[in-house]
Design a protein around this ligand. Structure first.
Ligand code: ASP
Length: 316
């Protein structure tokens, strides 16, 4: 294989109100370790010449399996006390996409979303139909309580104390924790994937940006790949991930310009909070957010670097 492009991978574990005061040193250490595990999982594939779709999937599976993030095990609780999971993935080479929303049983929603790539008559599927299709296609299913964690239970009870219907909008300490990954492989192919439990105490049935191609996830080899995290309603209205790509393709902007206009301009003006990770077709990496922090990291073959961050430019 010719090494046209050095590979790069970036990941996030959510954006929101993350301050040095509300993150204990032990939590910080464990979160860092799990971010590195996810980077390693994706890097192993890319370093062997594997493709970007497989790499982002492996990184997101690792984050879904960690209890520290709001995706897979450790997902937040809905208003009725369930875990309702979402994931999406896009292949920038083919523009194929797969997405699942409101699954109660799929252990790794990103694996199921990936299995939808290539379907001509299906991109998004939700609820019981998604769980049934996952069962028929031999995906690992678990009981809903598999996703339980004490931390999310506590958050859920805190929300209920504010009011029966309280969400992030009522209490900014309901930290987020959606996960995502973007990669470019040595063939110059880009992919992006996102996975979440949504927002704490969300209305059952609500679908956020993480399941929506063009809002929470987008990839196009002509431009870039993007995975988002934040208050989903705003990311849907601002079509954040596809906007970055469109500003690059049709507005001739660089990745840095396009993400700045999208996050600091468009999203912020709408009142939305959160951020994104992105990689462009030349392997440039961008992290943009308007929240206090964002769990994130990258590995870059060209610079031979692997780093993890929470706050501005301060390596963890
Ligand atoms: N974007 C996710 C949602 O609205 C939440 C998050 O990023 O933490 O469902």
């Amino acid at each position: 294989m010719t090494n046209k492009t050095p590979f790069a991978l970036c990941i996030h574990g959510g954006a929101g109100v993350i301050t040095p005061e509300n993150l204990s040193p032990t939590d910080k250490k464990m979160i860092k370790e799990d971010l590195i595990l996810a980077l390693n999982a994706g890097e192993e594939i890319l370093a062997k010449g594997g493709n970007a779709v497989d790499a982002v999937t492996a990184a997101v599976v690792a984050l879904e399996n960690s209890i520290h993030f709001n995706a897979g095990k450790g997902a937040v609780y809905s208003r009725e006390g369930k875990h309702l999971l979402e994931a999406s993935i896009m292949d920038g080479a083919t523009l194929e996409a797969g997405s699942v929303a409101n699954s109660m049983k799929i252990k790794n929603p990103v694996l199921f979303a990936k299995s939808l790539l290539g379907y001509k008559d299906l991109i998004m599927i939700s609820g019981e139909a998604a769980d049934n299709l996952a069962e028929q296609t031999n995906h690992e299913l678990v009981e809903n309580h598999y996703f339980d964690t004490d931390f999310r239970k506590k958050q859920f009870l805190e929300a209920k104390k504010i009011s029966e219907t309280a969400t992030f909008l009522d209490h900014t300490n309901l930290k987020m924790g959606t996960v995502g990954a973007v990669a470019i492989d040595r063939n110059g192919s880009i992919a992006a994937a996102t996975s979440t439990g949504g927002m704490t105490n969300k209305l059952d049935g609500r679908i956020g940006d993480s399941a929506i191609i063009g809002a929470g996830t987008y990839a196009n080899n002509k431009t870039c790949g993007v995975s988002c995290t934040g208050v989903g309603e705003y990311f849907i209205r601002a079509t954040v991930s596809s906007m970055v790509s469109n500003l690059m393709e049709f507005g001739k902007m660089s990745l840095d310009q396009a993400t700045e206009v999208t996050i600091k301009g468009h999203l912020t003006k709408l009142g939305g909070e959160g951020g994104l990770i992105a990689i462009d077709k030349d392997g440039n990496i961008n992290f943009s957010y308007n929240s206090q922090g964002m769990y994130r990291g990258f590995v870059c073959e060209k610079k031979k670097e692997k780093k993890v961050y929470i706050w501005d430019n301060e390596e963890v």
